[in-house]
Design a protein around this ligand. Structure first.
Ligand SMILES: [Zn+2]
Length: 146
């Protein structure tokens, strides 16, 4: 079966939108969008939702969390070695971030299939929450030491 024939067979009883102009091309018989004139073809795509937001969140959580864990670890090692603990009201955000960020990172990786399967609005809220749990302690740390 020709590719154009496969496309026409698929579009006979399925809704699909033109990737350029979003026009619904259901029932199309020629492999050209009637609205914008772009040539169309039947392709195989991923069934997973787009991973951009998931990956962005992973990068933000891993980098901010990595800084917090290294800085928090260095602070604890230095405090133990010299028996000189910084005032808690200056260091609490570093401790909190260093403890929270591995949990957030683990959850983001562990629950990836459930995050991907949730609605777009839920994914945005989860991403915002995950980044807030790591970025806010980092901002608080810089705000407290400057
Ligand atoms: Zn079009």
């Amino acid at each position: 079966m020709e590719r154009d024939e496969l496309l026409a067979n698929f579009l006979r009883d399925h809704d699909a939108v033109c990737p350029v102009c979003r026009y619904n091309v259901r029932g199309l018989t020629d492999p050209v969008c009637p609205e914008c004139g772009v040539p169309l073809s039947l392709t195989v795509g991923t069934s997973e939702p787009r991973l951009g937001l998931w990956l962005t969140t992973l990068v933000v959580v891993a980098s901010a969390g990595g800084f917090l864990m290294i800085a928090g670890g260095a602070l604890v090692v230095s405090a133990v070695m010299y028996n000189d603990w910084p005032p808690f009201d200056e260091a609490w955000s570093l401790y909190m971030g260093a403890l929270l960020s591995p949990l957030v990172l683990w959850g983001w990786l562990r629950y990836r299939p459930r995050i991907r399967a949730s609605t777009a609005a839920a994914r945005r809220w989860l991403s915002l929450a995950a980044m807030a749990f790591v970025v806010l302690p980092l901002l608080a740390f810089f705000w407290l030491i400057v």
